[in-house]
Structure formats: C-alpha cells, structure tokens
Design a protein around this ligand. Structure first.
Ligand code: GLP
Length: 631
C-alpha cells in the first residue's frame, strides 16, 4: 500500500518527509516490508541488522505485522539485534507496565530473536550506577555497529523515547524526569497518576539521531497537533521530535487523523491550487476570520486576496456575498433542539422536525465519554420528549480505582458481619474481594471477579450521572462488549460478537438518531475499537428502512474539540445547563484519575462562535454529521 499521493508544493511547509497512509495497518505493512528487505539483504551478506524499538500503543500494529511476516512468510530475526529506547526507572522487569515485559508480550515472545540480542534499559539500576549503566548502553549500541533503523512513537509533549521538553539535540542515554502531561497520559495504565513512575532511562536525542534511518509513527487525532509542530515548526528542544528535521533519512509515517493539523490538510489553499468544495470554503473563510481577528461580516476583499483566496471571490462575487453565505451556514448549525424542532421549518436546521418525538441511541465507549461531551444535549433530548437510550459499550472497569473497590467491599463486609440474618455468602464474597485486592497490590492483574465488581461500581456512577442529566435507569443499557471485558489496554481485539451486540441494540431501537464517538481516536484505544464496532454495525444495517432515515452524529472524545468549521450541530447551553452538566460529571467518583473538568471546553467553543460574530452563549456542545458514504 502506497502513501497518499502528494506534490512537492503541497509539502512545502514540511521539514521532514511525511507519509500519510489511509490506515495504521497500511502504514505498518509498508514499514514492515522495508524492514524485511533490510534484514534479508543484510543477512544475505552475512551481516546483522540493528533495530531501535519503541513502546506505547502506536507500534503495536507494526509489531503484529512483523509477527505475521515471521509466522506466515518465514521472516527470520536470527540476525537481528534490538535496542529499546527507554524504560521506566524503578520498575522491575516483570512489572505489568515495564517496557521489558511489554516488548516480550507484544513482539519478542512471538519471533525467533535470540535472547542475548535483546537490549532494554534496566529500570532497576540504582541511581548511583545509572550514569555508568547508560554509558554502557551507548557502548553496546556502538559495539553492535550502530542502529540501522530506529522506530519511534511520539508523546503529546513531542518527546521521542522519553526525551521530554528541554532535552538537548546531542543528549545521550540518561535518567530523565517525566513531564506531568506524560504522566497523565500514562495514568490509565498505572491506575492513577500517583502510581506512574517519576523517572525513566531513555536513549538521548543524539543517540536517536545517530541511527542510519529513523521512522516515527503516529495515529489518531490526539497526535495531530504535536505532529504538525514537529514537522512544520522550528527545531527546538521544546519538541524533541523536531530535531528529526536535522536527520537526512528520517520520516514520519502517519494516518489521516494524525495528519489533520498539517498545513497541506488544514490549509490546502496555501500549499497549492484547490477545488473549492463547500466544506473547504467554510474552513477557509473561518480560518481567515480568526487570522485577521474579525467576525465574518467584517471581512473585506483585500483580506481574501492577501491570503491566497482571491479565486474564491471570483466564484462567489465579492467578500460581502461570501461572508453572508458562511455566516448563515454557521448560524444554521446552532440549535437548542438537538432532536429537531417539532412543527418548525427545518430547511435550515441541523436536524429534521419530523418524526417527533424521535428515538435516539447514544453510544458511549466508556461511561463518562457521553456526559463529558454531550451531557447538556442528553438532558435536552429527554426534556424535549425524545425516547433516549444510552448504550455504554464497555464497563470502564479498568478506570475504577482499587480504593473505591475496597470502600465498597469493606462496607459489604461490615454490614454482612453485623447482620442478624445469615449473610455468610455476602461476608465470604467481601472477604474474598478484600484479600484479592491485597494480593494483587497496586499493579497486579485484576481477576475477572474483581473486574466485574469494578464494572458494577462504575455502573452506579453512570446511573447517577445520567440521572443528573434527567435520564432514568431504564433508559440505560450496559453492553459490556467482549473486546473490553476480555482485554486490557493495548490488547483489545474486536470480534463479530462485539459488532453483533451493537447491531442488536440498534435493531431493537430502530433509532432516528445515533450519537457516537472514537472515529478519530487511536484505533487501538478503547474509543477507537468501540467506534469500529459501531461503524461495522452501521454497514451491516445500512439497507434497513430505519437506517436510511437515521442521522448519525459524532461527538469528540476527551482531547480535541471540533473547530467551528467542522461543526454541523452546535447545541448552546445556558449557565444553568452547564452547571447541571458539571454536576453530572462529578458523579464519576470511582475514576482512578481526576482529570480537570471545568466546562472550559464548552465555553471555548462559545467564545469562538462569538468571535466569528454569532450570538454570545455561555457554552456550546458540538457535533459533526457522519455521512453513510464515509462509512
Ligand atoms: C511513551 C514512550 C514513547 C511513546 C509514547 C507515546 O512516552 N516512552 O516512546 O512514543 O509513550 O505512546 P503511545 O504510542 O501509547 O501514544
């Protein structure tokens, strides 16, 4: 599979060659084929191949492809020597989150790499010996002949390996303090930020730059901004990946979602001639308004010409006409009636007025995704008389803290112990859970029983949050999709069973509206897999009568909000409605990681609408329409 075609002119702002593939699978197949060629051509000459490897979710599909090449196509790793980029400091090698264990589970145990050829920094080295140990790691790379190819992911701080902001271009393997954002991102793996190690051993930027070839992989919208900064920004130690600009054989290999902030994708009229579709026109005019700091209706002809958009004016007559058109377009995205306004002219509304009331299914990958993104809209749908069903795709048990589980089991233990009735079974259950928690410790693998209880605790939170949004318990369904129930982070595999369960809930409700999310998430994340289940279900159902008449609305996950030009439906909120939503979010007390939830995201969209010259609201929840042709 080839990357998407692109001219040199379109890439003029990119300081590192960037290959955009339709999917991570396509990208990984191409990279694995290159590595295979490298290994086999060197082996034919009697030479070894030295690979630098990375951890994280990103390289997982790449490792799966290497395993497939080994198993199905006979690729041998006998001549391969590997060096891993980094390791948490303070974790033993058998810790579930150690990179040593990760690499064995994800790759090493499945190929014929010689154990003596595997190198992962040792996180248990005493601080006093770290300096010497790191120098030894560098020496080992050199003794092996240097890295032929380094594979990288990228953290949201722009780090490669664990080279956090401030890492110098010539830095070498060393102990480093982890950035707060990095630790927040790792919090789910460690059941809470407080458990994430504070230090790590990492190859330096200089070590990475000394590799003969470098390939940085990135998937998903959450990586889009940092990828654009690294590829198009200045070389700076604030974004260590930007130093790859100085390497003549480095490449970024990314999917479309991770490419979405690059200029050629975001502002294509600046990188070449474009066909002005309605979407692109809306994007360009909105961009111009923000760029000039003016509301739509004050943009003038000269501003269009000065910003490479003169041909747009030729098409539309004048700035005056175009401004009004786009102003109206965006104005028409605003509605206080997310299920459609009954008996109203709906020709310029995002939703149809008929039928009324509607049936709506709201999919939420984990409990909380729904309320965080659309708690206000959920409340409105119910209050406006629609039949709403909230379908929690997974239990979200992996996010429930041990402390919360302990609290519940202790209460159960005490009440059973004090009960005048024969509550032996309950007492035994509580005792069992409490001892399991103790044996497991903060990092042990939770048993299915423990996961079940955590899932039930999470259900309680979800019901409370829904109630705060006026949704009754009988309007909630917990799908408990098997991919999550049987899996763990980075190891989720979607099966037909998952898709069938989504099909069943849709078929039962025959909704007029579906709300879903995860379409631009890392495909291996819970949200990414959960969306894939919805997408496949929609394809299966596309010929049903009700589906032909169904609108699918997408909301954004926790990290990146829709930009105004991407919004198809904007549901405004009053201060009171926002307060109700924030109150609902607070119900998720079992969450192991307390993220900041202050409504600022919803307020930010309202500020942007205001700046564009539209009405000034307290807050807005935003959706884009998912069209069948993009399925
Ligand atoms: C960690 C690793 C990096 C990795 C990054 C992103 O910080 N040290 O090597 O690139 O995580 O991880 P993910 O691929 O899960 O987004």
């Amino acid at each position: 599979m080839e990357p998407l075609a692109c001219s040199a002119q379109e890439q003029q702002f990119e300081k590192i060659p960037t290959l955009i593939f339709p999917t991570p699978g396509d990208a990984c197949a191409a990279l694995a084929a290159e590595i295979r060629q490298l290994i086999e051509s060197k082996a034919a000459k009697g030479e070894t191949t030295v690979l630098g490897l990375a951890t994280g979710s990103t390289p997982v599909p790449f490792y799966r492809e290497l395993i497939r090449l080994h198993r199905e196509e006979g690729l041998s790793f006998e001549t391969v020597i590997t060096f891993n980029l980094d390791e948490y400091h303070g974790l033993s090698r058998d810790h579930p989150e150690s990179y040593y264990r990760f690499m064995h589970e994800q790759l090493f145990d499945h190929i014929n790499l010689k154990p003596e050829n595997i190198h992962v920094p040792d996180g248990t080295i005493h601080r006093d010996e770290v300096f010497e140990y790191c120098a030894g790691y560098e020496q080992a790379i050199e003794d092996a002949g240097g890295l032929d190819m380094q594979i990288l992911g990228i953290g949201r701080t722009g780090h490669i390996g664990f080279n956090e902001p401030g890492s110098a271009r010539d830095s070498r393997t060393r102990l480093i303090t982890l950035d707060r954002l990095t630790r927040i991102d790792a919090a789910a793996d460690f059941q809470g930020e407080q458990n994430v190690p504070r230090f790590a051993i990492t190859m330096g930027v200089g070590t990475i730059l000394a590799a003969r070839r470098v390939a940085l992989l990135a998937w998903g919208e959450n990586k889009a901004d940092i990828v654009a900064q690294a590829v198009e920004g200045e070389q700076t130690d604030a974004v260590s990946a930007s130093f790859l600009q100085g390497h003549s054989a480095s490449r970024f290999i990314i999917n479309k979602a991770a490419a979405s902030a690059l200029k050629r994708v975001r502002l294509p009229w600046l990188t070449g001639s474009v066909t002005w579709t309605p979407d692109l026109t809306r994007r360009a005019v909105t961009w111009l308004a923000f760029k000039t700091g003016k509301p739509f209706l004050k943009l003038v002809d000269e501003e269009y010409s000065e910003h490479g958009m003169a041909d747009l004016l030729t098409e539309h007559g004048s700035a005056y006409d175009l401004n009004i058109k786009i102003f109206n377009d965006i104005q028409h995205t605003i509605t206080g009636w997310p299920g459609g306004k009954p008996d109203a002219d709906d020709s310029n509304r995002p939703e149809r007025s008929e039928p009324s009331p509607k049936r709506a299914v709201i999919f939420s990958p984990e409990p909380q995704d729904d309320v965080l993104a659309m708690g206000g809209t959920m409340e409105r749908l119910v209050k406006q008389g629609h039949r709403v069903l909230v379908a929690y795709q997974t239990s979200g048990d992996l996010r429930v803290s041990d402390a919360e589980t302990q609290k519940f089991s202790t209460a159960l233990f005490e009440i059973s112990d004090q009960s005048p009735h024969d509550w032996k079974d309950q007492l035994g259950y509580a005792q069992n859970i409490l001892s399991q928690l103790e044996e497991k410790g903060p990092f042990g693998e939770p048993s299915p029983e423990l996961r079940q209880l955590k899932g039930l605790i999470r259900r309680g939170d979800a019901r409370n949050a829904c109630e705060a949004c006026s949704i009754r318990a009988d309007q909630i369904e917990f799908l408990d999709l098997p991919f999550y129930k049987k899996g763990r982070y980075r190891q989720f595999t979607l099966s037909d069973e998952d898709v069938d369960s989504v099909v069943a809930v849709l078929d039962k409700m025959k909704p007029h509206q579906i709300f879903a999310t995860g379409h631009l998430a890392d495909p291996s994340s819970v949200q990414g897999v959960a969306f894939e289940a919805v997408r496949r279900a929609l394809i299966k159902l596309q010929d049903t009568d009700w589906m032909k008449d169904c609108y699918v609305w997408l909301y954004r996950g926790q990290q990146r909000e829709l930009a105004p030009h991407e919004i198809d439906m904007a549901v405004p909120m009053s201060p009171g409605q926002l307060a109700t939503k924030l109150n609902a979010i607070q119900k998720f007390q079992s969450h192991s990681n307390s993220e900041l939830v202050d409504g600022s995201r919803n307020r930010d969209i309202a500020v942007l609408y205001d700046k564009l010259g539209l009405a000034e609201y307290e807050a807005i929840e935003a959706f884009e329409r998912y069209l069948p042709e993009s399925m």
